[in-house]
Design a protein around this ligand. Structure first.
Ligand SMILES: Cc1cc2nc3c(=O)[nH]c(=O)nc-3n(C[C@H](O)[C@H](O)[C@H](O)COP(=O)(O)OP(=O)(O)OC[C@H]3O[C@@H](n4cnc5c(N)ncnc54)[C@H](O)[C@@H]3O)c2cc1C
Length: 459
């Protein structure tokens, strides 16, 4: 075998696996295949002038390349078992937290020193939330910001590049099982290794499904989160965001008792497009650099939809809803909350007259033509509930961008080592369905690397 370990995908999961292996066993021969480009070559063509919206590149610079979907993210590393994935179910709660803290340490050593670690523990908002049918989830969050996150990734790459073989623009098409290991089949060549770690992330979800089907690895899938991104003047949430940075708040709707939750809060941030498998949805991030901060805060409000038998294609359901918004708006739709409540579409004129300046150039429209009633009702109810802890959230000029869809990869059948039914074939990160966040994906990478190191007697 040319390599001891091959890693597919250079997102946080793959990067932290490679880093840990390289550090603890310098003799290991490691390679990483990545379908996207090196970090410095990742450029989204949207410039706000000539290219205003997503042009659907074949490989999305936001989602693919060194750093994965996390490269231009807000860099919020949440240290918690309450959200961000279910890694704890496989490796135990204590171990999961220990590894997330370990990842935090590595980030601090690579450029994140000086960034803030926020915590919801013992916060006065917990009580305020409880008094208003809202639940504040417990977490510590290290906010790197998009700029520092980039620096950390750059430093990690610099340290690894001469000791790990990185192959960019190299999508792996198939994985073969060969005696004593695995074969990565690429368009023009093959590469063999004793162990294989797959960390294909969200953008690799369709490919992952194909690989599982080819190798007869069992999978399950039944959930998707659908909602909108809310944008408000930062002052409205500042009493919460200044103290907690990101607050994960859950609301249970009165009518259906559906859980609606805030997700990915970006104080003084911007709203952005996201392209998943050619479908344009919405997301958000913010910068640590004061010069790049805006006057707005954005966060998602998501309704969780779980399906029961016989329906299995929860992602297909989410995609269809996102496609509807793409069909009506050519991409993401934006609507004033006041227009939504009055049952009318937003227009260029109404958005221009709004006191909230949109940070994303989206098409004014009507989200009620896109989102199912039950989901929309839940979102409206939650906006009013949030208005009680942050008055002004339910203002007419509050902007709602749609749709935001949180696709969950199907869950790959894995054991407590995050190993498939093939010894030495591991699946980690968001592509496994086990994690949905930077810290959990990174921790899963370290965990599997340590499993391999233990087998080699290096731990
Ligand atoms: C805009 C945005 C903001 C976000 N903000 C946050 C945040 O603040 N906090 C947080 O916790 N999470 C955030 N997330 C989610 C976070 O980025 C992901 O949870 C995390 O990146 C998952 O890591 P991963 O390594 O599992 O997968 P990914 O980061 O998706 O990386 C997978 C990599 O594998 C590559 N790949 C896929 N298939 C193949 C193949 N067949 N061959 C070769 N390479 C392949 C892809 O090109 C990709 O680079 C954000 C996501 C986005 C898009």
């Amino acid at each position: 075998m040319k390599y001891d370990v091959m890693i597919i995908g250079a997102g946080p999961g793959g990067i932290f696996s490679a880093y840990e292996l390289m550090k603890k066993d310098p003799d290991l021969k490691i390679c990483v295949f990545e379908s996207g480009s090196p970090l410095e070559k990742r450029h989204c063509p949207i410039d706000g002038k000539n290219v205003k919206s997503c042009v659907r590149c074949s490989t999305c610079a936001i989602m693919n390349g060194f750093g994965g979907a996390g490269a231009f993210s807000d860099g919020k590393y949440n240290i918690t078992n309450d959200f961000g994935g279910t890694l704890y179910k496989y490796i135990g709660r204590e171990k999961a937290i220990e590894l997330m803290k370990y990842v935090d340490r590595i980030n601090l050593d690579h450029g994140a020193e000086g960034t803030t670690l926020y915590s919801t523990a013992g916060s006065e908002f917990k009580k305020l939330c409880m008094q208003n049918r809202l639940t504040l989830l417990e977490a510590s969050v290290r906010h790197l910001g998009t700029d520092i996150n980039y620096i950390v990734l750059k430093n990690l790459y610099e340290e690894m590049k001469d000791r790990v073989d990185f192959f960019f623009y190299s999508p792996v098409e198939h994985i073969g099982i060969i005696p004593g290991g695995f074969r990565a089949v690429l368009k023009d060549r093959t590469e063999d290794a004793g162990k294989c770690i797959i960390s294909a992330g969200r953008s690799g979800s369709k490919w992952m499904e194909k690989i599982c089907s080819e190798l007869c690895i069992r999978t399950s899938s039944n959930r998707v989160d659908i909602g909108v991104r809310v944008e408000i003047p930062a002052e409205i949430f500042s009493h919460i965001t200044d103290k907690l940075y990101e607050s994960k708040i859950v609301y249970r709707t009165k009518k259906f008792e559906d859980p609606v939750r805030t997700f990915c809060m970006n104080p003084y941030g911007i709203v952005v497009n996201e392209n998943t498998n050619g479908i344009v949805t919405v997301n958000g991030h913010s910068y640590e650099d004061p010069e790049r901060k805006t006057g707005n805060t954005n966060f998602a409000l998501l309704v969780n939809k779980r399906f029961s038998e016989p329906f299995r294609d929860s992602n297909g359901y989410g995609e269809s809803i996102a496609r509807l918004s793409n069909m009506l708006g050519g991409g993401v739709i934006v609507q004033r909350f006041g227009d939504l409540e009055r049952g009318r579409r937003s227009t260029e004129k109404r958005i221009a007259e709004s006191t909230v300046r949109p940070t994303l150039n989206a098409t004014p429209g009507d989200l009620s033509l896109v989102l199912p009633k039950r989901i929309l009702d839940g979102i409206i109810e939650m906006i009013w509930a949030l208005d009680r802890i942050a008055p002004g959230t339910a203002n007419d000029d509050t902007l709602l961008y749609g749709v935001e869809v949180k696709f969950y990869n199907m869950e790959v059948d894995l054991d407590e080592h995050l190993q498939t039914c093939y010894e030495g074939l591991y699946v980690i990160g968001d592509g496994s369905g086990v994690t949905h966040s930077l810290s959990h994906a990174s921790a899963s990478g370290i965990y599997v690397a340590d499993e391999i190191l233990k087998q080699r007697g290096k731990l």
